[in-house]
Ligand binder design. Structure first.
Ligand SMILES: Nc1ncnc2c1ncn2[C@@H]1O[C@H](COP(=O)(O)OP(=O)(O)OP(=O)(O)O)[C@@H](O)[C@H]1O
Ligand SMILES: [Mg+2]
Length: 274
């Protein structure tokens, strides 16, 4: 269903993504891992067409996504909803309105200006919030929620678009372990129950192993690993994270993660519990 052919992005002389090739036959939950600067976000942004590729192709269900323009391109962007590390909610707006913003692409400017939403959409938004376990917060301002709850609001907003693919760029990098788990479980549930494809950039090997069916490892813009979590051996991890990553078989990924990036780099905040 999704076919990525020699997808490349160069920023001047710097090749951020170098001829990435992969095929997804049926909806899967895929984790993309790699050091900072490996090209994970650039790859995700090209899939969503937020970033224009330098060369290569993206084919989805027989359509050349890279050739889409204007309205067709916007339609594609709503079919592959994006979730970000920093949630990107409107902080002072209530939760349900934030979720309803997921329908903006199919509403008139006037309705948008006056914040007019059809009842049917409001009910759907509440149902989605309920499914994610946060319906009780529907009337609160987004900023009043914990990080994990806010990320679930962002997932709800994405689901409002009824996307075929959910692209998540480090969705749990700003969350404490407990909230991170809830958010990853929500994404997993959406994948399993709705059959939506989920592609998530993750900065820990453990998370990718635990929640994903397939892991893609990037290094210096290239895909250096593409396989199941079980195939992700220490040797492979060293390929992805670099030979200077010194860790023992037993120490596993936590150590690699520490080597790879500091808390400051990933913008992790002080733990806040839901
Ligand atoms: N808009 C841009 N202009 C110039 N260079 C860019 C731009 N965006 C990314 N790059 C460069 O492309 C490379 C890949 O960046 P990218 O953000 O995709 O990496 P990443 O794997 O997502 O890293 P991180 O884990 O830190 O988020 C880096 O060398 C980065 O500096
Ligand atoms: Mg990134």
């Amino acid at each position: 269903m999704l076919q990525v052919n020699k997808l490349t992005k160069a920023f001047g002389p710097n090749v951020a993504v170098d001829a990435a090739n992969f095929v997804v036959e049926k909806p899967a939950m895929i984790g993309i891992i790699g050091r900072s600067g490996a090209g994970k976000s650039t790859l995700l942004r090209m899939l969503n067409r937020l970033t224009e590729e330098t060369s290569g192709q993206i084919i989805f269900d027989g359509t050349d996504v890279t050739a889409l323009k204007n309205g067709d391109k916007r339609r594609w962007q709503s079919e592959c909803a994006m979730i970000f590390q920093q949630f990107n909610l409107v902080p002072r707006m209530d939760v349900v309105s934030n979720v309803l913003h997921g329908t903006l692409n199919r509403r008139s400017t006037l309705a948008t200006m006056f914040n007019l939403f059809p009842n049917e959409d409001i009910h759907r938004a509440i149902d989605i919030l309920d499914r994610l376990g946060i319906a009780e917060h529907a009337a609160k301002r987004a900023e009043a929620l914990s990080g994990g709850q806010q990320q679930r609001v962002a997932i709800a907003r994405a689901l409002m678009q009824d996307p075929k693919i959910i692209l998540a760029d480090e969705p749990i990098a700003s969350l404490d372990p407990m909230n991170a788990q809830v958010v990853m479980q929500s994404l997993r549930q959406i994948h399993e129950e709705d059959g939506r494809m989920v592609i998530a950039n993750l900065h820990t090997l453990d998370t990718a192993r635990r929640y994903c069916d397939r892991v893609i490892g990037m290094r210096d813009g290239r895909i250096v690993f593409d396989g199941t979590p079980a195939q992700l051996t220490t040797g492979v991890a060293r390929d992805i994270y670099g030979a200077d990553a010194t860790f023992s078989e037993a120490a596993t990924s936590t150590e690699i993660e520490t080597l790879d990036r500091t808390d400051a780099e990933v913008g992790r905040k002080t733990p806040e519990y839901a």
